[in-house]
Write a protein that binds this ligand. Structure first.
Ligand code: HEM
Length: 465
């Protein structure tokens, strides 16, 4: 649903942009079936990297066309028209990240969106691994990975290693080999899915570099994302190791450090958002703009949307601490926490800061407060945006933010009230990622257009907007 909604937003963004750009352009200048322009700006070659730059400023439409088939709105025609507006000089002012034309742009875009979707699925798989208590089943780790046990003897060997772990001794004593195989496969799948992402990222990256599709700026960003991905594997093992240690008190259940779990999850969010942002920048180097009024409207919306994005980020990280402390298994009531609004023990730990990260009551209270503040802020944002003159694609995204934030709160409350069942809890996690997705697309759509676009806008007839 989210994908089709976002698809509709992009279609709308492109169509709106394009129809307006078409005004004032003789119909004869409009091509028929070639979406992006093939005008090459020689200025791009001066850096040695961009020896040709295509003015395909609506690359997403190109991507959309390849994924969904031709649109009845004939966006392709219009983009060619845009090339008529943008002279070679304005073309060189665009922030293109991929060289060698629209096909290269499409290939790199599809690859990066695919990687972002992979990260999304990896986060969900990691969540299910945690929720089924499978994360501590593999007691060692190699960066390159190992083959799973094949023979019964190999399985027994792995099982014996697990039987030495505190989790087996305190929580799973008496577990059958069959049950062990389930938790082992969950963890194994999570690790291998992560490693496979490394290959899916690195091989096309090397290919695109070899083909010289990638600008220096994009190459640097992608290398940083690759580095973060590799570090994520190490962080994952650092997290698991903390759960293999004997807990300090004999009454506590072994579990990974909430700090390490939150680091692992936050880092996954950063990788996801970074990959998605980069994919969007590849296929949509310029935000949708039609008139100066809409550019000004977008700038006002940006000022409101930025703090909300930060708030969504904080709420998600506070959720990671709820998960890391298993705090969803306490106070399974809403809006009150048990019989009170604020539990008595919220500041019972010393030093004070530990309560915010390790105290079940405080961690859950924090998450409730941040989530409620997020919902209220998103609702106020949506209300305030009604009166601002903005591009319909942006309005659509603000509506989606409102819808997704409400759904996320409903999912969170349902997860809590029903004692954290796996499907609801992972739905809540997917909801958090979906909300972030919409915020990223919104922030990306709200970027300032480049001076070249602003210049061409100010030269358009003032009738619009
Ligand atoms: C904008 C709103 C919200 C956002 C962005 C958000 C985000 C998150 C995230 C990212 C997690 C960690 C998920 C995981 O790794 O498994 C989480 C966990 C959790 N959240 Fe929320 N949340 C929101 C609202 C709420 C609300 C209103 C409640 C209920 C009062 C709630 C209850 C929970 C619970 C119980 C967990 C732990 C689930 C588990 O152990 O897997 N959330 N939240």
């Amino acid at each position: 649903m989210l994908v089709s909604r976002l698809g509709a937003v992009f279609r709308r963004a492109n169509a709106q942009n394009i129809t307006s750009q078409l005004k004032g352009i003789p119909r004869a200048s409009v091509g028929s079936d070639f979406f992006s322009t093939s005008r090459l700006a020689s200025s791009g070659s001066s850096g040695g990297y961009l020896f040709s730059r295509s003015c395909s400023i609506y690359g997403f439409g190109n991507l959309r066309k390849s994924l969904l088939g031709p649109s009845p709105r004939k966006m392709s025609n219009s983009a060619t028209a845009i090339s008529s507006i943008n002279s070679e000089a304005t073309c060189s002012g665009l922030k293109l990240l991929v060289t060698k034309g629209p096909l290269a742009q499409k290939q790199v875009g599809v690859w990066l969106f695919g990687c972002a979707a992979w990260v999304f699925s990896l986060v969900i798989l990691g969540g299910v691994t945690r929720l089924t208590r499978s994360g501590l089943s593999m007691t060692d780790w190699k960066f390159t990975g190992t083959l799973p046990p094949f023979s019964e003897d190999e399985w027994l060997l792995e099982f014996r290693k697990y039987q030495q772990s505190p989790e087996y001794k305190r929580v799973n004593k008496g577990m059958t080999l069959q049950d062990f195989k389930f938790i082992y496969w969950m963890e194994y799948a999570h690790r291998m899915w992560g490693r496979a992402l490394g290959v899916v990222f690195a091989v096309p990256f090397a290919y695109f570099l070899m083909k010289r599709y990638i600008t220096y700026q994009l190459g640097a960003r992608l290398s940083a994302l690759f580095g973060l991905g590799a570090a994520q594997g190490l962080i994952g093992w650092w997290m698991v190791k903390s759960g293999l240690k004997e807990p300090e008190s004999e009454y506590t259940q072994p579990r990974v450090s909430p700090y390490r779990l939150a680091t692992h999850l936050t880092s996954a969010f950063v990788i996801y958002c970074g990959t998605l942002w980069t994919a969007l920048s590849v296929v949509m180097p310029e935000p949708p703009t039609e008139s100066l009024n809409w550019v000004n409207g977008a700038s006002r919306i940006r000022k409101l949307a930025l703090p909300i994005s930060v708030l969504v980020g904080f709420t998600a990280v506070s959720g990671a601490f709820v998960a890391g402390n298993d705090a969803g298994h306490a106070y399974n009531t809403f809006p009150k926490m048990g019989d009170s609004w604020i539990p008595d023990d919220v500041f019972s730990m010393t030093p004070l800061y530990r309560n915010f990260f390790e105290n079940t009551s405080t961690v859950q209270l924090n998450h409730r407060i941040l989530a409620t503040t997020t919902l209220i802020s998103v609702a106020s944002f949506w209300w305030a945006a009604r009166k601002i003159d903005i591009h319909p694609a942006i309005r659509s995204l603000i509506g989606s933010t409102m819808g997704m934030a409400s759904l996320q709160v409903i999912l969170g409350i349902s997860t809590l009230l029903s004692y954290v069942p796996v499907p609801l809890a992972s739905g809540h996690q997917a909801g958090a990622l979906s909300l972030m997705t919409i915020m990223i697309v919104l922030m990306h759509t709200l970027r300032k257009p480049s001076p070249a676009i602003l210049k061409s806008l100010s030269s358009l007839p003032k009738s619009k907007g």
